[in-house]
Design a protein around this ligand. Structure first.
Ligand SMILES: [Zn+2]
Length: 195
């Protein structure tokens, strides 16, 4: 079997994340959610549900600032507060994905300090754009995927550069592409299984 993993950034968002979790449950897929800690604080029940349903919860910063705009003191607070928020839900946080994949001089120090493993991505589908339809998102994923690929999608994002309503297209795109990927021999694995 070929393997792939679905990862979702920028959430959770009460408008979309629950529906996405319903779809993943129905399809029996465990995914990874790189959450913005301040968003997690707004919808704790969604974080609890992710954990209960076997998904991996990783950190995607406190409030999604671009690393080039952040100095040492901000970065220190970013990791400290984020880890405090996420560890309240129980279990260790093992994975980190920086906003836009961008690191600065201090990122490495804090990853070591909190023993976080950085996870970037192999495949994106421009699902944050208002002009991306479900069919376009599904086609891009299908064309770009390969064995072992980490796919990066978004279950939120208005506060971090995404178009309003875009996650709805992401969810509909997944409904289209999941059966196709299964037919092509792909198995959906967790981050722990792949890394
Ligand atoms: Zn992001």
């Amino acid at each position: 079997m070929k393997k792939l993993i679905l990862t979702f950034d920028d959430g959770p968002d009460n408008r979309y994340t629950g529906e996405l979790l319903d779809l993943l449950k129905q399809e029996q897929i465990r995914a990874a959610f790189f959450v913005v800690a301040n968003n997690a604080l707004q919808c704790p029940e969604l974080i609890k549900r992710m954990k209960e349903e076997g998904h991996t919860v990783g950190l995607h910063s406190l409030e999604h600032r671009h690393a080039y705009l952040c100095g040492y003191h901000y970065m220190k607070r970013d990791f400290l507060e984020s880890m405090r928020i996420l560890e309240r839900f129980g279990g260790r946080i093992l994975y980190y994905r920086p906003p836009w994949g961008v690191r600065n001089l201090f990122t490495g120090k804090f990853l070591r300090q909190y023993q976080l493993k950085m996870v970037l991505w192999d495949v994106m589908a421009e699902d944050w754009k208002g002009s991306s339809t479900p069919v376009m998102i599904a086609d891009k994923i299908e064309k770009r995927v390969f064995d072992g690929a980490v796919i990066c999608l978004h279950d939120a994002g208005e506060k971090s550069g995404g178009a309003k309503g875009a996650p709805r297209n992401t969810i509909e795109g997944l409904r289209l592409v999941i059966p196709k990927l299964r037919k092509e021999g792909y198995e959906f694995v967790t981050l722990e299984e792949l890394t």
